[in-house]
Design a protein around this ligand. Sequence first.
Ligand code: GLA
Length: 423
Amino acid sequence: MIKGSSCNMFYFRCVLFILFFAFSLDKVDLLENGMALTPPMGWMSWGYYMCSTKCEEDEDKCLDEKLILSVADSFYNEGYQEAGYEYIIIDDCWSERQRDENDRLVPDKRRFPRGMKFLADYIHAKGLKFGIYTNIANVTCMRYPGSYSHLDIDAQTFAEWGVDYLKVDGCFVTEDYLNVGYIELGHALNRTGRPMVYSCSWPYYIEYIHNNKPNYTEISKYCNMWRNYHDVQTSWDAILGIIQHYRSRYKELAPHHGPGHWNDPDMLIFGTGVLTHSQSRVHLAVLAMLSAPILLSCDMKKITPYEKKLLQNLDIIAVAQDPMGIMAQPYKLPDLWNGFVWVKPHLPKKGDQFPSYTFAFVNLDIDESEVSFTLSTYHLNNTDGYTVLDVFTGQFIRNVTYYETFEVTVPGVDVIMYTLYPL
Ligand code: GLA
C-alpha cells in the first residue's frame, strides 16, 4: 500500500515535470531563436512601393511577384548578396481581401499567382531569405486581413511558406493588446519550430499612438528588432528627424540594443533620387554607426552607381555588421555646433582590452567645420597607438597616439568616417 502510493507519487511528479517542461518550451523567449545576431540587411517593399496594387495603371511601380523575383536577381547578380544583403521582405498589401475556406491567408491571386512558397523557394535557391508582413489587429494598416485571433494558423502558414522574417505591425489595437498580442504571436512563431526574425512595431505604437513609455526591457525579450519612430519618408528632412531621434534617445535605446535585438530606424531611402552624394553618405554612415538594420526600399534599377558603391563598401558594412553590435554614442563637439561625433567600439580587438573604434563626424551645418579632439577623451588608450582608415575612400590616413590632438575637416552637410585599429 505504502509502496503503491509512493509509486503513484513518482508518476504524478513525472507528469507534473513533463507538463511543466512542455509549458515552458512554449514560453521560450524569441531571442533564443538564434536569429538576427547581426542587424538584418536586405530590401523591403513599403518605403517606395507602399500599397502599389494598381499594376495595370503603373507597371513600373507594382508590388507583385515579378518585382520580388527581380530584387532577388539583383541581390544575386549585382554583388549585394556578397556584401551581406540577404532578406527580401514583402510589406503590407500582399494578400487577398478574404481568407480561404480554411481560414488561411491567401496571396493576391493576380499579383502573386504562384503563391508565397514559390517566391520563398526561388529566393532560398539563391541563398537569400524571405520575409513577409502582418498586423496583430484583425486588419493590417492598409485594411487587408490581419492576424488577430489567427495567431497560430498564420504563424503556421508563414512557416509552411518558408518565411524567414516576419514584420508585425500594431495599428488599430489597444495598448493592452499590444502588450499581449506581440508576446502571443511570438509564442505562436516558436511553436512552428521555424526560426523567423521577429520584427515588431510595438514601441512605436505605445509611444506615438498611446502616448506611453515603451518598456524596452520587455520588448527586447520577445522581438529581434522593433520600430520606435515614425515611418521614413523619401526626404532628407525625414532622415534628419531619425538622426535627431536616435541622438536624443541614445541613453534610453542603447542598453537594449545588441545581437538578436535591435532598434530599427526604418528603411534606407537610396535609389529614390532625393539624396545628394553627401546626404547619402550621412544616411548610411548613421545607420552603420547605430548597428541598425539596413533595408533598402527602391526600384533596384534606380540605385545610382555612386549609391551602389556606398552600399557595397565593405569597410562600412564591417562597421554596420560588427558582431559586438554596439550602438554608437553621440557626443557634442564644440567645433561642430550643428552636428555630433558618433563613436563606436567594435572588433577586431587587440587582446581583451583594446577594441577598434569608428568615429563618424556628422556635420549638419552648410558650412565646413574644423574639428580637433584627443582619442583618450573617448576611452581609446592603447599605448601603441592606432592606425587610421578613411572608411569612404579606403585610404590609410596615418598612425596616431592616444594623447595627441587629432584634426579633421568636415565639409558642410557631410560626414567623415574614420576607423581606428589598435596597433
Ligand atoms: C505602418 C508601418 C510601415 C508599413 C505600413 C504598411 O505605417 O510603420 O512601415 O508597414 O504600416 O501599411
